[in-house]
Design a protein around this ligand. Structure first.
Ligand code: NAD
Length: 346
């Protein structure tokens, strides 16, 4: 990879390679853009196949955070970090304290939090070395239920746009992934009267959803073929790709997963198929809204969270309107709105 060429293309400000042999730490911190404030974004721990995969992931995720934070009207820039290692085997106090020291050395330019492979317990060790960490237990805590709430509000906004009503009673939603966000979302949808089709790679999770929410269970691959109103990806990225896009029988795609489209060309393909796509970094912004309250120092309460979450349906409607008016994809419209907020003029 020609790193500086990629950094130019993706417009990153700073990338820090963190190496602490004694602690076994190999991490990368990417600060994408700080025009709106310090770069906030979680720390992912993953056993990447290659170092290049780790670099690509942190660059893509940190850029996404700039767009997400701008869209949520937060006084924050975008950043992200990755620790290279197996989260089931390589975690230790020493590792996370070493990571915390690197975060601290950036003097507040980057604020970390939990992400895939890390949890509030790990962040407790990070916090021993730096105050630039959020999402701690006893403060804003696990953001997943709030992310789910934001996605739920987003699905209602999509329904209102397409079907003329935000009431989702009897609307059929296919949820892919019943983890922290997916299971909470399934609960909210069920309570609102939606009918659920679900999948996960873990048997116990689908059994739980079947029992609690009367959900119809399908295999991990079948989820792309089911007749439904809404397909809600809540597992992995790049699920809208050349193998899946023609199979989808939904009218709306609205879920929590980051980077749902394999690349931008799939936004056009969805539009050609008359499928309304709720851009991922707009609909899944609830988690960062939750963490931002802790960072801002405002006393944390559900009332504040609920009020701030309203930006998700509002932004989605702006995106859909712009896409319709300009004849562009919803992904492009979201990018244009976000860039108008964080890019310096002139
Ligand atoms: P999680 O790891 O708790 O849940 C993911 C679930 O997906 C797991 O149950 C897993 O078994 C399942 N899964 C994995 N591969 C699958 C496959 N091929 N088919 C079906 N199911 C599969 O993660 P999470 O915290 O619930 O996050 C879900 C997604 O939302 C991730 O992409 C994450 O980046 C994104 N996201 C999460 C938050 C948050 O607050 N947690 C915020 C923004 C975005």
């Amino acid at each position: 990879m020609e790193l500086f060429k990629v950094l130019d293309q993706m417009e990153h400000e700073e990338v820090v390679f963190c190496n602490d042999k004694e602690a076994g730490l190999k991490a990368i911190i990417a600060v994408h853009n700080t025009n709106l404030g310090p770069a906030l974004g979680g720390c992912r721990m993953w056993s990447y196949a290659t170092e290049e995969d780790a670099v690509r992931d942190v660059l893509r995720l940190s850029r996404g955070m700039t767009y997400k934070n701008a869209m949520m009207e937060l006084p924050l820039g975008g950043g992200k970090s990755v620790i290279i290692g197996d989260p089931r085997k390589a975690k230790s106090e020493k590792l996370f304290r070493a990571f915390g020291k690197f975060v601290n050395s950036l003097g507040g330019k980057y604020i970390t939090a939990e992400d895939v492979g890390t949890c509030p317990e790990d962040m407790k060790y990070v916090a021993m070395e730096t105050s630039y960490v959020a999402g701690l237990d006893g403060k804003s805590g696990d953001p997943s239920p709030i992310t789910a709430k934001g996605v739920f509000l987003g699905i209602k906004a999509c329904s209102e746009w397409l079907f003329g009503q935000s009431d989702i009673k009897d609307v059929v939603v296919a949820v892919q992934g019943l983890g922290h966000v997916g299971m909470s979302l399934a609960g909210l949808l069920y309570e609102a009267g939606a009918r659920l089709i679900v999948t996960d790679i873990y048997e116990d999770r689908v059994k739980e959803a079947e029992k609690k929410f009367n959900a119809k269970v399908v295999s991990a691959d079948e989820i792309y073929d089911v007749e439904c109103d809404v397909f809600s990806p809540c597992a992995l990225g790049a699920v809208i790709n050349e193998n899946t896009v023609e199979r989808l029988k939904c009218k709306i795609i609205a879920g929590a997963a980051n980077n749902q489209l394999k690349d931008e060309s799939f936004a056009q393909k969805l539009s050609e198929r008359d499928i309304l796509y709720a851009p991922d970094y707009v609909i899944n912004g609830g988690g960062v809204i939750n963490v931002s309250i802790e960072v801002s120092g405002i006393p944390y309460s559900m009332e504040v969270v609920e009020q701030k979450l309203q930006i998700i349906p509002t932004r989605l409607k702006e995106v859909f309107n712009m896409a319709k008016e300009k004849g562009i994809t919803t992904a492009k419209a979201a990018d244009m709105i976000a860039e108008s907020k964080f890019k310096k003029k002139g």
